[in-house]
Write a protein that binds this ligand. Structure first.
Ligand SMILES: *Cc1c(COP(=O)(O)O)cnc(C)c1O
Length: 345
């Protein structure tokens, strides 16, 4: 039996029913096939856990960033599901692509040539640059014949989380111009693109962050709960300080709880003095700087300090926590450390 108060490190609880529900909810928003993006170790939650949950929910198509991630994903999923690699076919990837049966999304004429030379007959897709200027074949390099034999032609939106941004329509238009008339399946939308509406869906959508409970999918179910154990509490007199740099100074008699987690666990230092933790639902301010392994929290207004304080959960989403630290939910999720006890629901 699991007792949170018996643990010296935080407990990260991952709700697989919520993961599956988020995949189904995004899948229901289009008639296109819905893939699952599980790069960066399934956005920090564990690639095998995430991918198998989505596969059980119905996903047959997966995306990772690099071939090495594809190898781990193939081991987790077994043969059958399609695994696509955004970074395409890099030098040194050939054996991984072949042995794990991965489909590279080729990003340049050089990658197309490398793929044809080193793995003739092996499946491939193409990634086109429609204006983001990050990855993909440029319009001036693009020839529709390149798509002969491809399993997918895709591109990626730069501003899909801002529905009114003119780049969305411009990229859609550019994608159409480059691919209309092809008989190869097409893909443009990640989470944000799905929410932009069916013009953006084409044949396959590629949600990532929304599956894990992050914006811009506002109706996502909460996937991650993070509870941090209180190691000790103490009372500071007015004028005493807490933590590195004496950055917190008590303006009244203040009860401080010292909690086991820090920036080595992904609780980035930019949260210092700003983040809120919850004691059975009561908000408590982070007092002073985030240390490598510890936080100090002002629990003056909590009579009975519980064994754990909650940082992530229904009270506070990854995006709300990200906001106070000047970042985005993606970075909070993918930074979650390896020290937590991970509980899978
Ligand atoms: C990360 C990524 C996705 C998934 O994006 P989300 O915003 O997390 O849904 C889709 N396509 C590409 C090319 C990506 O890099």
């Amino acid at each position: 039996m699991f007792h949170p108060n018996a643990m010296g490190t935080g407990t990260l609880t991952i709700d697989t029913a919520a993961l599956a529900a988020n995949w189904r909810a995004l899948d229901a928003k289009s008639t296109a096939e819905t893939a699952a993006v599980v790069k960066a170790d399934g956005y920090g939650l564990g690639v095998a856990l995430a991918a198998n949950t989505f596969a059980k929910a119905g996903a047959r198509n997966f995306f990772v960033a690099v071939a090495k991630e594809g190898v781990a994903l193939r081991a987790a999923l077994g043969p059958g599901p399609e695994i696509n690699v955004f970074s395409g076919h890099m030098e040194g990837d050939t054996a991984h692509l072949r042995d794990a049966n991965l489909v590279p999304m080729l990003n340049s004429p050089e990658q197309v040539a490398r793929h044809q030379d080193s793995l003739p007959g092996h499946s491939f897709g193409l990634q086109l640059d429609t204006g983001m200027n990050r990855l993909g074949i440029e319009p001036y390099d693009w020839q529709p014949e390149m798509a002969n034999g491809a399993t997918l032609v895709m591109s990626h939106l730069a501003c899909a989380d801002e529905p009114d941004h003119p780049a969305n329509a411009a990229q859609l238009n550019s994608f159409r111009q480059m691919t209309d008339g092809l008989t190869v399946p097409r893909s443009l939308a990640a989470t944000g693109g799905i929410l932009l509406g069916e013009d953006y869906h084409f044949d396959l959508t590629r949600p990532g962050v929304g599956l894990y409970g992050g914006l811009p999918f506002e109706n996502a179910k909460t996937v991650v709960t993070l509870d941090l154990p209180v190691i000790q509490t103490r009372v500071l007199q007015k004028g005493e300080s807490a933590g590195y740099g004496c950055a917190f100074v008590a303006e009244r008699e203040t009860k401080i709880a010292t909690v086991s987690a820090g920036y080595a666990d992904g609780l980035i230092r930019a949260m210092s003095g700003k983040a809120t933790l919850f004691a059975d639902g009561t908000p408590c301010q982070l007092a002073g700087r985030v240390s490598m392994d510890l936080l100090t929290v002002d629990v003056t207004d909590v009579d009975d300090v519980p064994d754990t304080l909650r940082l992530l959960g229904p009270h506070q989403s990854v995006d709300q926590l990200a906001d106070v630290a000047g970042t985005i939910g993606y970075e909070i999720l993918t930074s979650l450390g390896q020290r937590y006890n991970r509980i899978v629901l």
